[in-house]
Design a protein around this ligand. Structure first.
Ligand code: ADP
Ligand code: NI
Length: 217
């Protein structure tokens, strides 16, 4: 199977596995991350094969749906990819990206060794900010039964992954706990530029939200 066929087969597998999912991790999230990642990869001259497969499979074993177990993603990806005629070293690079891609709270560093990893992490983060990010925050909060907003309730800057994972804060507080922190954590020049625009849009949105909340707009 050539590289294009491996990517196509993988996208069909991911599409089937994630279609209809409503917590913000549906197939369309994978497709947007894949598109963002390909766009950034072209500008940054990263390997498009590795980037495509890592983007498509990045949430395959999300810890949130596996009792907090972070080893599920890389091991599912490994099992899927090993059926193809691919060098073990390439599969390993993809699994390393999947192991490190996730945001783990304000004080947790999530290092990325390779340019391909940086591209995929930027692409995933872009989908958590801007118009898409706003849509996903509210979808996720609804899914978890969290409230939209509680005036005066302070955001928490989580110092451990445990705290972040188990947080029960409002949708609006999640902007301060994650979304507004992402622009300064982007790796690539292209990703930074895109994030700056999406960040501005969220700031405008929040200003408007507070105005309408108080009946001032
Ligand atoms: P990613 O796909 O970037 O790894 P996550 O798995 O952390 O993102 O979360 C999926 C989506 O749900 C993201 O858009 C994220 O901002 C949102 N989300 C995660 N945790 C919360 C929360 N506690 N409240 C509201 N939205 C959340
Ligand atoms: Ni994701």
């Amino acid at each position: 199977m050539d590289q294009q066929a491996i990517i196509r087969t993988t996208s069909e597998y991911v599409r089937e596995k994630f279609s209809g999912e409503s917590s913000g991790h549906d197939w369309w999230h994978m497709r947007r991350v894949w598109n963002n990642a390909l766009y950034i990869a072209k500008q940054e001259k990263a390997d498009q094969f590795i980037v495509s497969l890592a983007a498509l499979l990045h949430d395959i074993g999300d810890h949130k749906f596996h009792g907090g177990d972070e080893s599920v993603g890389p091991s599912l990806a490994w099992k899927w990819l090993r059926q193809f005629d691919m060098k073990a070293d390439i599969i390993q690079q993809i699994c390393d990206i999947i192991a490190h891609v996730s945001f783990k709270g304000a004080a947790q560093v999530t290092p990325m060794r390779t340019i391909e990893g940086k591209v995929v992490q930027d692409a995933d983060r872009l989908d958590a900010i801007g118009a898409m990010g706003i849509a996903r925050v509210f979808a996720y909060a609804g899914f978890k039964g969290h409230e939209l907003h509680i005036p005066g309730k302070q955001p928490e800057l989580h110092t451990t992954f445990e705290q972040y994972k188990n947080g029960k804060n409002t949708a609006i507080n999640h902007f301060y706990e994650k979304l507004l922190l992402l622009k300064d954590r982007m790796h690539t020049v292209t990703g930074k530029k895109m994030a700056a625009e999406r960040h501005r849009f969220m700031e405008q949105y929040l200003a408007r939200f507070y105005q309408e909340w108080e009946g001032n707009a």
